[in-house]
Ligand binder design. Structure first.
Ligand code: SF4
Ligand code: SF4
Length: 499
């Protein structure tokens, strides 16, 4: 069938600069470039290019430029280029359009409409270079009251996990990402005093000794879940939903289930790993409570149990039920959350922004007097330390970063993770491609990112005259909004700038 799809990217090769080294031919896993020895010419099949920029970055003479193609249909306010393109794809394949990475639609990003406070004259600011600033955070249920006995604090403290910074690596499962990328995240979490999350792909056995800074996910497929897995982690997380694809399950194609992935996930090699949409033993809050307590029993009540949901319309009521069911941590994943593979139509149309979900959940738990019974983790498109600091002021205990971590390792957001071909070696099980990612270098970049953002958070705290993150948590007086409607201010619980 003749394709009606035009190329998305234009490849411009500067012949003056090109030295025919064929690096581009070897670097492109999508087989875009080819070399004709007879003519001593390099050609490019633009139809296959996904715009990952790998060839341009690796070209030793900077001879390549990859740009979005400038073809245009007749302008039509109803039918955008993307609508026509997607429709044609489906007319040609009859399938669901898949995508990777997070939502790229221009939905309002509330972080860009919120500004932080700074001290002036009264309550002077603090210089973080000269005075200690505390970012240390404890995750888990906090006691309802503190009793004193002969000046000694008597507290029956539920399980807590300490992190040195409120930045945690999101659920990125081995299988969806390469072994090298997974190892880099694990080691960066260890060195950075934070946590990484197994996602639903299990935890390779040889990477367990000496490493505990891990959140072990128990998802609907239960891949790789056994007692050793649960007890090796610091936190166990029940995954109900994911921001990029609320309400649906997951699918890791058989081609990505290599021998090692199959061992880790405890499924046969080469078979599709299907995560059902629901957890098949959870149909009510009571069912959820049974699983929470089963996991607490299995881990001797030594680990906080987190429950992760997509940010959806009635998230506050659901979160309240989760806390009452025994969850020690509520993890909320907003509509800009990333993914290895999701139907594009779900990613772009289902769920709500994390900013609104966070504010509403935090407020609901406060109103019900149960906010101290669970920590709140939030995820969904955090781009810098400013977003994170605002999230803490809105009520988050800590923030999950996934896409940002991938970008730190080299990802260029080409959105082709679901193909199994990632030219940057991150989202692939192809040994030729995955070896491109050096775990040591990737780890260093991740640790640098966390360090840089943590320093910036300290600077912002100091500017507000605060010396501990705890004093900012849920303190919305340190936020003001710009350009939002009254209903948005009401949900966020934030006043307009100048008020
Ligand atoms: S897919 Fe990536 S590596 Fe291949 S031609 Fe396009 S930009 Fe270059
Ligand atoms: S992880 Fe790889 S395939 Fe996925 S968006 Fe990033 S560069 Fe593209």
């Amino acid at each position: 069938m003749l394709t009606h799809l035009l190329p998305e990217f234009k490849i411009i090769r500067d012949d003056e600069r090109c030295i025919r080294c064929e690096v581009c031919v070897r670097q492109c896993g999508f087989d875009v470039h080819s070399y004709d020895a007879e003519e001593d010419m390099l050609y490019a099949d633009e139809n296959k290019c996904v715009g990952c920029q790998r060839c341009a970055v690796m070209c030793p003479t900077n001879a390549l430029t990859i740009k979005p193609h400038d073809y245009e249909y007749r302008p039509n306010a109803n039918w955008s280029k993307e609508h026509i393109r997607d429709l044609n794809k489906q007319a040609e394949t009859g399938g669901v359009i898949l995508t990777g990475s997070g939502n790229d639609k221009p939905y309002r990003i509330y972080w860009d409409h919120l500004v932080l406070n700074a001290s002036q004259v009264t309550n002077p600011s603090i210089d973080p270079l000269r005075e200690p600033m505390e970012l240390r955070t404890y995750l888990g249920r906090k006691p309802d009251k503190v009793e004193f006995d002969n000046n000694q604090v008597k507290v029956d403290m539920p399980a807590q996990v300490m992190i040195e910074t409120p930045i945690i690596f999101s659920a990125l499962s081995y299988g969806a990402i390469s072994y090298q990328a997974w190892k880099a995240l694990l080691e960066a979490a260890d060195e950075g005093g934070t946590l990484c999350n197994t996602g639903e792909g299990g935890w390779p056995h040889e990477l367990r000794p000496g490493k505990t800074r891990v959140i072990a996910q128990c998802a609907s497929g239960r891949f790789g879940v056994d007692l050793d897995y649960l007890n090796s982690a610091s936190i166990v997380e029940i995954k109900i939903g994911q921001g990029a694809k609320p309400g649906i399950g997951g699918h890791l194609p058989g081609e990505k289930v290599s021998a090692d992935v199959s061992r880790t996930r405890m499924i046969p090699e080469g078979t599709d790993a299907i995560s059902p949409a629901p957890q098949h033993d959870i149909y009510s809050i009571e069912d959820l409570s049974m699983l929470i307590y089963a996991l607490k029993e299995a881990t001797h009540y030594e680990k906080p149990i987190s429950v992760k949901i997509s940010a959806v319309h009635n998230a506050p009521a659901i979160a309240s039920g989760m806390v009452r069911a025994g969850a020690d941590i509520i993890a909320l994943d907003g509509l800009r959350g990333g993914t290895g593979a999701a139907p594009k139509i779900i990613r772009d149309n289902v769920g709500i922004p994390i900013e609104l979900a966070l504010a509403a959940v935090d407020q609901r738990l406060r109103n019900e007097g149960i906010r101290n019974q669970a920590s709140i983790l939030v995820a969904g498109g955090f781009r810098n330390s400013g977003d994170i600091t605002k999230a803490i002021a809105l009520g988050a205990d800590a923030v999950y970063v996934g896409t940002a971590a991938l970008v730190a390792m080299g990802c260029t957001l080409c959105q082709k993770c679901y193909t199994g071909i990632c030219n940057w070696g991150i989202c692939t099980q192809d040994p030729y491609l995955s070896k491109r990612l050096n775990p040591e270098i990737a780890k260093r970049r991740l640790v640098n990112l966390i360090r840089g953002w943590s320093l910036e958070i300290k600077e912002m705290l100091g500017g507000m005259g605060i010396n501990a993150l705890e004093s900012l948590r849920g303190n919305r007086l340190h936020l003001r909004a710009i350009g939002l409607d009254q209903w948005e201010l009401d949900v966020l619980g934030v006043r307009g700038a100048g008020d």
